[in-house]
Design a protein around this ligand. Sequence first.
Ligand code: ADP
Ligand code: MG
Length: 384
Amino acid sequence: MGAQQVADRFAELYGAGPEGVWAAPGRVNLIGEHTDYNDGFVMPFALPHQVVAAVSRRTDGVLRLHSADIGGDITELRLDDLAPGGDHDWTAYPAGVVWALREAGHEITGADVHLASTVPTGAGLSSSAALEVVIALALNDLYDLGLKGWRLARLCQRAENVYVGAPTGIMDQTASACCEAGHALFLDTRDLSQQQIPFDLAAQGLRLLVVDTQVKHAHSGGEYGKRRAGCEKGAALLGVDALRDIPYDGLDAALARLGDEEEVVRLVRHVVTENERVERTVALLRSGDPRAIGPVLTEGHASLRDDFRISCPELDLVVDTALVGGALGARMTGGGFGGSAIVLAEAADVETLTKSVEEAFAAAGLTAPRVFEAVPSAGARRLV
Ligand code: ADP
Ligand code: MG
């Protein structure tokens, strides 16, 4: 999606060219799943897929929104009418960002927006965060708000949590706002400290495939809430603020204290071991050994499948088929119950692996998955 194309369409819709054009990417989480609401570690990287938005300021308290991917008429909203809750369509994401900025005391007097995206929606690749971040960054630059990095991400998270009503952690917005090309972002969700970890796969003869299963099982929302509540229960039973506070070498003792709380035991085990897997991945990448993270990814999948219990047959099929086909590692990524899996493989094996996953889906009578290569790409930025 070219900046010029989006700017040209903006001019057609609104009668004059935009003041600027911005982009914000979707993301894939390499490792660190369901740790973000436990104050733990995550490690996403940005995709080349992004939302591109052309934006101009207005002075009359009006927000006008248009998406090339939705089509139809321009949506016109009055800033003073923006309020959380209620039935929202896609415009809740950008409107929520404007609401969150104003609520935080930033003076926004209106905007015209036209956007277009290459981030697949509902595939666990965070098209919603990309949409929020691109709007926040555009308004930040145009209104000179001085917001950067996690501060910008926090406001976008607030838009999604409060305005849209989706209880998500801070990872997606931070990834979209802060990632750098050729790197994965090691993020501590407790204090939001971050480190860019070199993750240049192509230079090492490696590829990371994203396999979008194109399934989304309907109960995913409720199950997310249950896992979150279960983790909170675990922390309360163990007398800590968050499961992050259980060290890996104290895991056995913690599980023993939980006794016959079987479900809580499984959830706690996943979160504590997953934090350790993130730290191990960081160490392996720092030591220049990206191939060695393959088994860590696969361990993570087993933990999500057996302990956290949020995988599904389609995701397991991707992982199992990829591993049989010689992948270095594979795991589901994102919230679970559908969405996407990632596969780490030698560049030379990509074609046969892709074919074998496609064949396995066809043989199981499933919709063909969408397979693409994920190149660690730049975070949100101004294009024009
Ligand atoms: P994910 O973030 O995993 O892609 P979500 O359900 O959180 O899935 O967000 C998807 C929603 O974000 C879409 O249903 C739509 O409302 C909004 N959205 C994403 N991309 C666009 C776009 N290009 N144009 C309009 N709305 C979009
Ligand atoms: Mg989302």
